[in-house]
Design a protein around this ligand. Structure first.
Ligand SMILES: [Zn+2]
Length: 67
């Protein structure tokens, strides 16, 4: 059985450039992430980060400011 030569650009073989602060997932060169107040968030954790960052702006309908 022949072994296929793996390309050097295989993302699995690259060393992560950073890690997501929330889930600890690896961030590879070229990956998009968000850096907010010292927290690094991968794409999957963005909703969680936004929820935490905007928690102070949450309004319950019927209990918040009147328009
Ligand atoms: Zn993450």
């Amino acid at each position: 059985m022949k072994r296929a030569a793996k390309r050097q650009t295989d993302p699995q073989r690259l060393r992560p450039g950073a890690c997501c602060t929330i889930c600890g997932g690896a961030l590879y060169p070229g990956d998009r992430y968000w850096q907010v107040n010292g927290v690094r968030s991968c794409e999957s954790c963005l909703a969680e980060l936004a929820r935490a960052e905007f928690a102070g702006h949450a309004v319950i309908c019927g209990e918040g400011e009147r328009l």
